[in-house]
Design a protein around this ligand. Structure first.
Ligand SMILES: Nc1ncnc2c1ncn2[C@@H]1O[C@H](COP(=O)(O)OP(=O)(O)OP(=O)(O)O)[C@@H](O)[C@H]1O
Ligand SMILES: [Mg+2]
Length: 393
């Protein structure tokens, strides 16, 4: 049943229209208002689906009432009743957000069809608005994946250190670290945890996946960071199909704000899956010919698999040593992918305590954390987005 309000200064006209509407199924007239102010007030307070406004209503013009209502009650259909039937009235009504024009003297068939259209529109709009409201309550976490152009360049280091840093510095956001370097799985070597469960345990339950069951398979590091690890037993890798992974990430996106992934250095099906679905893919390189050749091979593989274009990958240059023959400034010339202006110097001495203690927090060098923060800022909120207060540091 659609609830209709009438805005008519002329009572006789309103009575005539009410009588016609009474013959139409699925509609009822819930109010007849004689001024624009009363009409707007009624529509804002009482549940109303359709408003029919006479162009002689005052003091505010009918089009201004329509404009006001379509802004404040976007799910309501407003139609104008025109005694003049001028083209300009139609144009003005539509521009103001109205759904149609009825002419006076009334024609039953015309009213019937206009009301049917308006009702259908109200139903559609209701569904759209309900979907938007439901969507607004759902988080949609950002997936940020680090892949190594070749082995040993630092992909796991960045993924782990960035996740730990985000967790500490941006406590209002929920962060999770996912190890998708399935063959090697060295996140747990970098962060000391009891490794009993893994992403394979979630993949096994494919069809019955829920966020609770995913959380049962996570482990928590001393720093409080939640992690979903790679399986210890390589035979378990077979369970982790691209479909299962997509489902895992769909669930994670609903629960977490930032999902940091170690995607390893090999173009495996798991890597391709995450490279395709990630919001940001960072290829970590070192500034040397061999590594840039590997980068080219990797991005070509992603392009030919159709999972990601080279220019949608960001390149991060690590272990920069000014005394190297190959200058890091040459990297942007050798790839179509955008290269981070932030480059990370060779810092083995400072990173050593993190490796020994299996805890990124053991790194005390400020410069390291400044760099991690800079990289994080660019990939978690995007360069234009406002920064979360804590992470802005
Ligand atoms: N900027 C840096 N300066 C010096 N050493 C670094 C730097 N970044 C990372 N490392 C060191 O390089 C080694 C390899 O790093 P990491 O394990 O993160 O690489 P990876 O790309 O994940 O390698 P793998 O292919 O083995 O997974 C580690 O010992 C790490 O501490
Ligand atoms: Mg690694």
């Amino acid at each position: 049943m659609k609830r209709i309000a009438l805005g008519f200064a002329d009572r006789a006209m309103a009575t005539e229209l009410s009588a016609i509407l009474a013959e139409i199924e699925q509609v009822e007239v819930v109010g007849v208002l004689t001024s624009s102010a009363e009409l707007v007030d009624h529509c804002l307070r009482q549940e109303t689906d359709i408003v029919l406004i006479h162009d002689g209503l005052g003091p505010d013009s009918a089009t201004s009432v329509i404009r006001d209502l379509s802004f404040r009650r976007p799910g309501m259909a407003s139609l104008i009743v025109s005694s003049t039937g001028e083209t300009q009235t139609v144009v003005d009504t539509m521009e103001a957000g109205g759904r149609g024009v009825l002419t006076y003297p009334f024609v039953f068939e015309q009213i019937l069809s206009r009301i049917a259209n308006a009702s259908a529109w109200v139903d559609q709009m209701g569904a759209v608005l309900a979907g938007r409201a439901a969507g607004a309550g759902v988080r949609r976490g950002k997936v940020v994946a680090f892949a190594g152009a070749k082995g040993g360049v630092g992909a796991t280091t960045f993924a782990a250190h960035l996740a730990v840093d985000l967790h500490q510095e941006w406590p209002t956001a929920k962060t999770i670290l996912v190890d998708l370097d399935l063959e090697k799985g060295d996140v747990s070597a970098m962060l000391d945890v009891r490794h009993t469960v893994s992403i394979a345990d979630v993949a096994k339950i494919a069809g019955d996946m829920t966020i609770d069951r995913i959380q049962d398979a996570t482990v928590v590091h001393d720093s409080g960071l939640t992690m979903l690890l790679a399986p210890q037993d390589v035979r378990e890798v077979d369970f982790i199909s691209p479909e299962a992974l997509r489902s895992v990430f769909n669930h994670l996106r609903r629960e977490y704000d930032v999902i940091i992934v170690d995607a390893g250095a090999h173009a495996t099906p798991a890597q391709a899956t995450v490279v395709e679905l990630a919001d940001e893919v960072i290829a970590v390189v070192t500034a040397d010919v061999l590594c840039l050749r590997s980068l080219h091979r990797l991005t070509t593989a992603w392009e030919s698999l159709g999972v990601r274009k080279e220019h949608d990958v960001r390149v991060l240059v690590n272990k920069v040593d000014k005394s190297d023959l190959f200058p890091s400034s040459a990297v942007p010339k050798l790839t179509r992918a955008p290269v981070f202006t932030t480059e990370v110097p060779q810092m083995a001495r400072y990173l050593e305590p993190a490796v020994t203690n299996r805890d990124p927090r053991a790194v005390t060098e400020k410069q390291w954390w400044t760099l991690i923060r800079e990289i994080g800022r660019q990939v978690t909120t995007g360069p234009d987005a406002p920064l979360p207060a804590a992470a802005a540091g």
